[in-house]
Design a protein around this ligand. Structure first.
Ligand SMILES: *Cc1c(COP(=O)(O)O)cnc(C)c1O
Length: 396
């Protein structure tokens, strides 16, 4: 089997252990040259001809297929574009239209706020008595009843890494007649996902986290193949039209998944994404999962043995965690700032969570030991207790 570790493919700044790939993946080394080529040879030389000659127009679904392999989605069921927040709006809008007689959208309090905000905005726009019901993550299964039109869940909790069982909850949603929408932001490239197997109607995710496609990289959306010709796009932009270049005055949805496109794709970001995905072509997600769990277990064991002030905030059972480990610490923000200065990069989520992404494509067991050693230094010597670490930056 091809080894999972492929550090040599990434630009990893010297003297740093990067445990933040769950938030922004590192740069794959071949990406700058590829993007430069697209800028110089395609945009520069082909100009408008690039749409046909360089395949810019077909790129969003071509790239979607490449992501599909990593999330258990068949060819032709995934398309890329926009940002995840926009894709959440599209997916939920399509979901509620599939159950027009129901009025509740169910989510959980562990969801990423933007997903909930987008649903709030959708509800205000649609009117007609829709409401968003949010329950604790452990209560989702029991809260799905026959008033629920759509269930929107993020599989892996961005703060704690706690993981929902996609198979089980999708089954519960379907048993109650609800449509299931999964957000795979912290799943794609992190854990094996079997979208086709769980039978969910819709899924969305982003590509700048575990898929390493760069800041602001396009998001993706999946529609179950039998529904691809039935869903009604709420964001009915021209590139989701059946024949955009007919310039008809009325919208007609495009073929299958193409209808979930909106407007002009971000060609330069798409180029970075397409190139970044090459790193994954011979990667077996089950092997990634095994390697991730081994590293997570090592990390937790070493931190708990050497830094008792940090309290595990992630589930203890590795099968219930995604690919990150979080610890609660009262002075978590300052401690993370001090740790970053020591060359170990994680991040902080309010109120007290220190978050560490575990990404076995470029993190190995030696990195984990180095990270724990630095964490021990920062906490035992109270290195965080300096005024420069107390000031909150805009991005935490
Ligand atoms: C990262 C993340 C987002 C971010 O959305 P953008 O539109 O890409 O900024 C949304 N939802 C979840 C669950 C996330 O983890």
């Amino acid at each position: 089997m091809t080894p999972v570790l492929r550090k040599e493919k990434f630009n990893l700044p010297e003297g740093q252990v990067y445990l933040d790939g769950n938030s922004l993946g590192p740069l794959p080394k071949h990406v700058p040259a590829r993007v430069a080529e697209v800028v110089r040879d395609e945009w520069g030389e082909l100009l408008i001809k690039g749409w046909n000659a360089a395949g810019w127009m077909a790129q969003p679904s071509r790239v979607g297929d490449r992501i599909g392999r990593l999330i258990g989605a068949p060819a032709g069921s995934v398309v890329t574009g926009d940002t995840l927040s926009v894709k959440v709006f599209q997916a939920v809008a399509a979901a509620i239209k599939l159950r027009p007689e129901r009025r509740v959208i169910l989510s959980d309090t562990g969801n990423f706020p933007s997903d909930l905000y987008m649903v709030e905005g959708l509800i205000k726009t649609v009117g007609r008595g829709y409401s968003l019901r949010t329950v604790a993550p452990e209560q989702v299964a029991d809260a799905i009843d026959d008033s629920v039109a759509a269930v929107l869940l993020t599989q892996v909790d961005y703060r704690t890494g706690r993981m929902h069982d996609m198979q089980e909850l999708t089954g519960k949603a379907h048993a109650a007649g609800a449509v299931m929408v999964w957000d795979l932001a912290h799943s794609a490239g992190a854990i094996p996902v079997d979208l086709a197997g769980c039978d969910a109607e819709l899924a969305v995710g982003c590509t700048y986290k575990y898929l390493n496609a760069g800041p602001g990289a396009p998001a993706f959306i999946y529609v179950r193949p039998d529904l691809a010709t039935k869903v009604e796009p709420a964001l009915s932009g021209w590139l989701g039209h059946r024949a955009p270049f007919d310039f008809a005055l009325r919208y007609a949805p495009g073929e299958g998944i193409e209808r979930m496109r909106v407007g002009t794709p971000p060609v330069l970001q798409m180029a970075a994404l397409e190139a970044a995905l090459e790193v994954w072509d011979d990667v077996d997600m089950n092997a990634v999962r095994d390697a991730s769990i081994a590293l997570q277990e090592q990390f937790i064991a070493e931190v708990e043995a050497r830094v008792p002030d940090l309290v595990l905030a992630s589930p203890r059972d590795p099968q219930l965690r995604g690919s990150q480990v979080s610890f609660a610490f009262e002075h978590g923000y300052a401690a993370m700032q001090a740790l970053i200065e020591q060359g170990v990069v994680g991040d902080f989520r309010a109120p007290d969570i220190m978050r560490f992404g575990i990404t076995p494509l470029y993190i190995d067991s030696g990195d984990i030991s180095t990270a724990v050693q630095k964490i021990e230094q920062v906490i035992s010597n109270r290195l965080w207790d300096a005024s420069r670490f107390q000031i909150r930056k805009q991005v935490t």
